[in-house]
Design a protein around this ligand. Structure first.
Ligand SMILES: *Cc1c(COP(=O)(O)O)cnc(C)c1O
Length: 523
């Protein structure tokens, strides 16, 4: 049971209080073995301590006047109290290990335990980036082997392993493009981005100093090739295209797009966040792509979301590889894998690097996990990943398109994700209300209001890790909330009813975050 606390904290109203759900009130606010939990500052006083340290005797003060003048003001809990606090909070969370995570564009898939076992091997887990190279040959071998697979799977020429997320990889790729253009004395100002692009694409282009212009889409949800061709010219540095795109569709004209961009002197950046749908099936290098980031935390199953960190290696074409950042690994004829840095870049014929993306080599813990995933699947297994991911997404699309608007349902099968809109919902009900109702059914909501090109968008990516039985259960839940939305069920406006917290003002929380605790009783 939770201790009563100083601030007079009270559990929030839940469904039982609304008369929605029969059952007695509990004095604790707990519901069966789901425990309510106050903030840690409300649980513990700042005048208690969880540790027992001896008084310092005759210790010379070496703080030189920097000593603290007031108490540190942190709550003091014992170890078991602390463990329980965080474990209780973790039970209010949702995770890929608990159930389906339908977030479109995010590729939330199972993280195989084998990856975790490999990543914990001391030779990988305990290395330090400043260790002498001679003591970390095995770790460098892993980075190099993963690099080989990424190059091979994409049909590209080189890879920068160090970027630490997809967005970071985008920046790396665009900086390579800028370096290549500057090297030929041809600074260009504009990067073209489709309207359906992930927000990181225009943000990256702007951050790298480019002006962003939108590329229009066809009625079928793909890039309008003729409109793109008409806009190309000597001021266009690059296009950034997501393939499969964020409407869940394969850009069939990709090769023609690349050819047109190259003919106009520009480069092709491909956002590879959706690579899961085509891994082992299509090599972006064959489509004329010059740079593409790969989110290891999406396609290659390394932990994602709250469990990060991410990792976003960027594969590069022959034209861009000379500008890739340091450091990187390279194998010499004697079979030894070396680390190429500023000191030895000339030896490896890599003197035009644009610089560094990170201090060190990249996310070692993600490299080991991704390589374990790749090797345990093999080339044929990876192809099956893509096929099953696409099959699962189409199963969802076709199991719901009689109840939910499928704006590109006529554009052929979808790839890794199914896209729906809110047309047909009853008066006053929105995508948000449907998503909140889905929480009551035990599912994390799908991606909402993205891509921006579809009104009230709902983007669902089941990934290949869901079984048919799991998908059927999810579809049944979604059909139920969709039917309620069409029937104008006003109770959806109050959902979620059964979550530890009811509907929050997310806009206010984002715009005016309260980041420090203040004692409500002292106000
Ligand atoms: C996830 C995603 C990104 C950004 O990747 P991060 O690893 O989150 O930085 C970019 N584009 C698309 C389409 C994505 O889905």
């Amino acid at each position: 049971m939770n201790a009563p606390n100083k601030s007079g904290w009270k559990p929030e109203m839940t469904a039982a209080d609304d008369g929605m759900h029969s059952g007695p009130q509990t004095v604790t606010g707990n519901r069966a073995l789901m425990l309510e939990e106050p903030l840690i500052f409300e649980l513990a006083g700042t005048d208690t301590t969880g540790v027992d340290l001896p008084e310092i005797e005759n210790g010379a003060n070496r703080l030189g006047g920097m000593e603290r003048t007031a108490p540190v003001g942190l709550p003091g809990l014992s170890e078991p109290e602390t463990v329980r606090h965080y474990t209780r909070l973790s039970r209010q969370n949702y995770a890929i290990d608990l159930g389906l995570f339908p977030l479109g564009s995010c590729t939330m898939k199972h993280n195989p335990r084998l990856n975790e076992k490999v990543a914990r091997m001391p030779g990988f887990a305990d290395v330090h980036p400043l260790q002498p190279v001679s003591t970390v040959r095995g770790a460098l071998e892993v980075i190099n082997e993963l690099a080989f697979w990424l190059i091979d799977l994409t049909g590209m020429h080189g890879v920068a392993m160090s970027p630490k997320a997809g967005a970071h990889g985008e920046l790396c790729g665009i900086l390579c493009i800028r370096a290549a253009l500057e090297a030929r004395g041809d600074p260009r100002e504009v990067i073209l981005v489709p309207e359906s692009a992930h927000g990181t694409n225009p943000a990256t282009a702007a951050f790298a100093g480019y002006r962003v212009e939108n590329i229009p889409a066809n009625a079928d949800g793909r890039v309008d090739l003729e409109a793109l061709k008409a806009r190309l010219g000597p001021d266009v540095a690059a296009v950034m295209i997501t393939n499969p795109n964020t409407c869940g569709l394969f850009e069939r004209d990709m090769k023609a797009i690349s050819d047109a961009v190259h003919a106009a002197g520009g480069f092709v950046y491909c956002d590879g966040a959706n690579f899961n749908a085509i891994v082992g099936k299509v090599r972006p290098g064959d489509l004329g792509v010059d740079a593409m980031h790969i989110n290891l935390h999406k396609t290659f199953s390394t932990p994602h979301g709250g469990g990060g960190p991410g990792s976003g290696p960027v594969v590069l074409s022959e034209a861009l590889s000379p500008y890739g950042p340091l450091p990187f690994t390279a194998r010499t004829a004697d079979g030894v894998v070396h680390l190429v840095e500023e000191e030895n870049a000339a030896e490896f014929d890599h003197t035009r690097a644009f610089g560094r993306m990170t201090a060190f080599h990249g996310q070692m813990g993600m490299f080991t996990r991704a390589l374990a995933y790749i090797l345990s699947h093999g080339a044929d297994g990876l192809r099956q990943v893509a096929e099953d991911a696409v099959l699962n997404a189409n199963y969802i699309l076709r199991s719901l398109d009689d109840l939910l608007e499928a704006p590109f349902g006529e554009s052929g099968p979808c790839m890794h994700e199914a896209l729906f809109g809110d047309r047909g919902f009853g008066e006053g009900l929105s995508t948000l209300d449907l998503a909140k109702s889905l929480i009551d059914e035990g599912y994390h909501p799908m991606t909402m209001y993205f891509p921006l090109v579809v009104h009230g968008a709902m983007l669902i990516e089941p990934t290949e890790t869901e079984s048919k039985a799991g998908l059927d259960q999810f579809i049944a839940a979604l059909r139920n909330v969709a039917e309620r939305a069409r029937a104008s069920d006003a109770s959806m406006k109050q959902a979620p009813y059964y979550a530890p917290r009811r509907r929050l003002d997310e806009t206010l929380a984002a715009r005016k975050p309260v980041l420090a605790w203040s004692d409500p009783n002292s106000a």
